[in-house]
Design a binder for this molecule. Sequence first.
Ligand code: BYC
Length: 472
Amino acid sequence: MAIDYTQLIPNNVDLASDRRLQRALENWQPRFLDWWKDLGPDGTSDFDVYLRTAVSTDANGWANFGYVKMPEYRWGIFLSERDAERQIAFGDNKGKPAWQEVPGELRSTLRRLIVTQGDTEPASVEQQRLLGRTAPSLYDLRNLFQVNVEEGRHLWAMVYLLHAYFGRDGREEAEAMLERHSGDPDKPRILGAFNEQTPDWLSFFMFTYFTDRDGKYQLASLAESGFDPLSRSCRFMLTEEAHHMFVGETGVGRIIQRTCELMKEHRTEDVRSLGGIDLDTIQKYLNFHFSVSLDLFGQEASTNAANYYTQGVKGRFLETRVDDDHVLTDATYDIDTVEDGRIVKKTVPALQALNERLRQDYIEDCARGLLRWNKAIEKAGIGFELKLPHRAFNRRIGAFAGLRVSPDGRMLSEAEWKANEAKWLPTDEDRAYVTSLMGAAVVEPGKYAHWIAPPARGINGQPMDFEYVRFN
Ligand code: BYC
């Protein structure tokens, strides 16, 4: 179905045919806008921003670009095309038609997953709300805002499911999405990483590289769900998500490029004296964001994950392409765990290890970006290699929570950890230095802050000096 933009809430779910649902969502809409004004990008209501807006859920040509004031962005409800033949691909219900309604016995499980997913979306907007003040260019400012409006749309995607399929409980959960806030001591966001601050642009690029990539893997697993409306929502969200990771990968890459240029030009490793971000600091930020994002996959051995799978609620990454029985009752999987103070491999039932398996898929994906970053460093003739830390490093959730483990995976005493922590994780001084680089936003078209290289090309083929944001 085409997206209907004549409606107050653009949608491709024929919302107009269900007046109650439409009214309920139209009631939620002003509350969302109030939240956006209070906790969305700070002081930006009048800006005209060159944004892409979804116009179709087709694979070809799904979006158009144009200037939009962000509070007027057409947040809407867009589900991928329905496949009337779709069957559940895994678990006890494998081979049965995908559910168009929520099965009664799975109601609370599905609601919980949808709420957890939905909660992350406004959380990230809140975390990023002040970044516009220090944007390194108009190009970056526009990308930040693009990410923000699309996270807002992802919230709409989950709120639609809650309203349409979970009755009163769902409506209450939708309200609560706007009441919890990132970092709020009384009403924090659900998952840990979404209560951390995103105070500077290095953090923002690391977040979009590592944490948005968790989003990719979680959404892909939910896109396999037997609950078809959830599957179709997540499929379309994944289309939008790709840009967010692009922002992260190219953002970190451009910082690295600039650092390498400074090192080469001035034949020094002391990049800080030249106003750049040294590679050691980049590695520390990477260590932090990677480890915090690993926590988002949950416990290594999880009966919850086993149940989600067996029930057909949440699958594996690219489930239908995996060559096995998709039931997994007899399968095993090797996970890292801790026994007698040592990190050891342990074979466990595959069903229990699904969080860990997804985490492994994620780690392999993360490593691909590092290869590209390292290639740039190597090409510059600099002897430095960025590395992903060991999965047990700096964890707060799961088997390694609270243990002291070095980035190369050695178990440490508290004293060893304390002696080295400042080498592995950003210190207050590192953060203060990075913050000190974040001067007033660079708003002249085609100009970039000193610590970051320009992008290889403009958005949607625009020239390098394009005015991506007009301040009015
Ligand atoms: N923080 O069996 P387990 C995105 C709790 S990002 C706090 O592993 P479960 C985005 C857990 O609640 C993607 N608590 O748990 C990115 C449970 O508590 P109870 C977001 C945690 O729930 C950037 C206990 O530990 N989407 O889209 O099966 C920008 C047992 O653990 C955490 C999703 O996450 C944690 N990290 O698995 C914008 C998908 N981990 O019940 C957006 C939906 C575990 O014992 N969520 N616990 O009290 C899920 O699939 C699951 O909830 C999780 C955790 C995989 C996160």
